[in-house]
Design a protein around this ligand. Structure first.
Ligand SMILES: [Zn+2]
Ligand SMILES: [Zn+2]
Length: 165
């Protein structure tokens, strides 16, 4: 009956436990590009580092009960690169072909873009900032875009818990 029931993330939660909970709400195809899924299927979970999984858990269970839309390519939608991006994903490939550096958190599988149904992007950013204390590590938010991007990069030259870039 209680759809809000979940375990608050703490450091005793193991990687398999976090993944098991995330799988109740996320198909792995929402988190990786078709290139990776077609090669690795469910094994694609292996590419995400623990901090990203912890961040996603907190976002989904403790902040956005409304749900999060990351990739939707598996449902016929246009989004393929909102989670992890592999080296042959268009965004990464184009940078490489043009000799441009690309250090996006997407390429390191430590960040994602998403929309929350019914909530404008700026409001989702403000809600993440208001809940910064829930994260046991620093996170980043991309500002001034029409979606929300969060990642776990930790800039040692900034002390703020949530860095907007
Ligand atoms: Zn790819
Ligand atoms: Zn992004």
């Amino acid at each position: 009956m209680n759809s809000q029931k979940f375990k608050v993330m703490d450091m005793t939660m193991t990687r398999p436990q976090i993944i098991a909970e995330l799988k109740k709400h996320f198909d792995i195809r929402e988190l990786v590009c078709p290139h990776v899924f077609n090669e690795f299927g469910e094994k694609s979970w292996q590419f995400f580092d623990l901090q990203f999984l912890q961040m996603l858990y907190i976002l989904r269970f403790e902040i956005f009960a409304e749900g999060m839309i990351i990739n939707n390519w598996h449902k016929g939608g246009p989004f393929t690169e909102r989670g992890g991006r592999c080296n042959i994903c268009a965004i990464c490939k184009d940078k490489t072909l043009h000799g441009l550096l690309y250090m996006s958190a997407h390429a390191n599988f430590s960040g994602c873009d998403y929309d929350v149904p019914g909530i404008p992007a700026e409001q989702t950013r403000q809600r993440v900032i208001a809940n910064a204390n829930k994260f046991p590590f620093k996170i980043r938010i991309e500002g001034k875009v029409n979606w929300n991007h969060n990642d776990c990069y930790d800039d040692p030259l900034t002390s703020s818990k949530v860095m907007v870039f």
